[in-house]
Design a protein around this ligand. Structure first.
Ligand code: BES
Ligand code: MN
Ligand code: ZN
Length: 499
């Protein structure tokens, strides 16, 4: 799992001269043959006009995700395909998706290499295309036996973007690879089964990142967490013999003393529900309950590669939620490290218990902002489905910035309400707060619970229960981890770094 990216080059705009087994040409909806760029027209001349024929005959309309293969050439690209980017102006988010689909086609064909062309290159669009190519090339092999050599399709190991070879494009390419590496790391870690992706494994992955980029690595085991009085996190971990891990990775790219941005992730390596055990059907998906932590790891990998001129801390809490003789029970009361008492109503509401101690812990950094990502509630999947991430928080500017960062990278987020009135649902007779508020407004009461611990800094909470992984194929990505919200975190950090 050492390489998180494929190698990507700039190929120049002479499309007919690109020696690739497969060239994808991105075209928007309603892009008539008259409006084709000079580069596409020159290619079409070599291909005997097959692109124009496809467009004029309405075989290809440029609709989003539409793919149409035309004739290839003997001396240039062996195969040529058109990929639609849909209506409206060409954005980075659209190109990310189109480039991923192109790469997925190359993976299926086993071409080993793919080239991607689009008209209108700038820093953002080129970077997005590079990210997309990598996202489409991503494949999970860690615990699968490779098919015999003769039946094996070549993996996609290289790609190029058919744009001018100049310094600004080279910089966009390198930034794209940095972002892609974060996504790749995040998805690979997330996809690993719970018996391999243990809390120790996540901690070791963090230590690896810290080592590569000169970040400070801190990890606490059960004893260390006990010293920090993390009674809430420890409550979740008390049912498993596996050592839980609290991890913090500090990157100092800014001035010493500059308030850091803190990323916090839920890292449940597996969530059985504990004593309030989940039904068996589909429980295997709960290996993805560490996607928040995986996103923090991915974002830190990218931060290190981009050398952002700000201070960033990545924090996560890793454990498994298990039923056992030592497990937490409904009715138990635990005390979090900020002193607040929590009554356990349902042991399956464990993510918020882990986050309670993480959010209390990070106050010591005097953060410029804290952003947490968590596969926190099934109610989020019911509320917004799998397309949008729910955003909550205490700072409207931060929430707005998270939403616009998400929009830019195609990870759309939607602000959810945090009305005080919902607090009565989590009022307890024996503690300061209950860990669940009943069936209604489940994502909101979860966020309000977190708010009790996210005090003293601007805070945004991303409930990625629906968006961090997909149980079905997404056309541009296979089923499994989506890498969300790595892109959102990075985009937000970059926007703040540029301020
Ligand atoms: N990890 C789950 C939330 C989840 C559910 C994520 C489905 C992705 C898909 C979380 O720990 C959980 O179990 N939440 C409970 C809370 C309830 C007991 C108040 C839930 O959503 O059912
Ligand atoms: Mn749970
Ligand atoms: Zn969970």
């Amino acid at each position: 799992m050492a390489d998180y990216t494929i190698s990507v080059e700039l190929a120049g705009e002479d499309l007919a001269a690109i020696k690739t087994p497969l060239l994808f040409v991105a075209l928007g909806n309603g892009e008539l043959s008259q409006s084709l760029s000079g580069a596409v027209l020159a290619l079409d001349a070599v291909l005997g006009g097959s692109i124009k024929t496809a467009i004029d005959g309405r075989d290809f309309r440029g609709a989003r995700d539409e793919v149409f293969y035309v004739t290839g050439s003997a001396n240039g690209p062996k195969r040529v395909a058109l990929i639609g980017t849909g209506k409206g102006s060409l954005t980075g988010a659209k190109l990310k998706r189109a480039a991923a689909i192109a790469a997925r086609h190359a993976v299926k064909l086993g071409t080993g290499d793919v080239s991607f062309y689009f008209d209108g290159v700038n820093k953002d669009t080129l970077e997005s295309a590079v990210v997309g190519l990598n996202m489409g090339a991503w494949k999970y092999w860690e615990t699968k036996t490779l098919p015999p050599e003769a039946d094996r399709r070549a993996p996609l190991t290289s790609a190029s973007v058919a744009v001018a070879k100049n310094d600004s494009n080279a910089a966009a390419l390198s930034d794209g690879l940095a972002v892609a590496a974060g996504y790749g790391l995040s998805r690979s870690v997330a996809m690993l089964p719970g018996n391999i992706c243990t809390p120790d494994f996540l901690a070791d992955t963090a230590e690896g990142i810290a080592g590569r980029y000169g970040m400070k690595f801190t990890s606490l085991d059960r004893a260390g967490m006990t010293k920090e009085k993390m009674g809430s996190f420890l409550g979740v971990a008390q049912g498993t013999p596996q050592e839980p891990r609290f991890v913090a990775v500090e990157y100092n790219g800014g001035k010493p003393g500059d308030a850091p941005y803190v990323l916090v992730g839920k890292g449940l390596c597996f969530d059985t529900g504990g004593i309030s055990i989940k039904p068996a059907l589909n429980m295997e998906w709960m290996k993805f309950d560490m996607c928040g932590a995986a996103a923090v790891l991915g974002a830190m990998e990218t931060v290190g590669r981009l050398k952002l001129p700000i201070n960033v801390v990545g924090v996560f809490g890793a454990t498994t939620n298990m039923p056992s003789g030592t497990a937490l029970k409904p009715g138990d009361v635990v005390q979090a490290s900020n002193g607040k008492y929590i009554e356990i109503i349902n042991t399956d509401a464990e993510g918020r218990l882990v986050l309670a101690d993480l959010l209390s812990y990070v106050k010591r950094y005097n953060p410029a902002a804290v952003i947490d990502a968590a596969t926190l509630t099934g109610a989020m999947v019911i509320g917004l489905g799998t397309k949008l991430t729910g955003v909550f928080g205490t700072d409207q500017q931060l929430i707005d910035d998270v939403v616009s960062a998400g929009e830019k990278v195609g990870e759309v987020a939607w602000q959810m309400p945090m009305y005080e009135e919902y607090n009565e649902l989590i009022a307890s007779d024996v503690a300061d707060v209950k860990n669940t508020g009943g069936r209604t407004a489940g994502s909101i009461t979860a966020a309000l619970f977190l708010k009790e611990f996210a005090e003293g800094y601007p805070w945004a909470h991303l409930d990625v229960a629906g968006s961090a992984y997909s149980e079905t194929d997404l056309v541009w990505l296979p089923k499994g981890p989506t890498g969300r919200p790595v892109g959102t975190m990075i985009e937000l950090l970059r926007a703040r770094a540029a301020q």
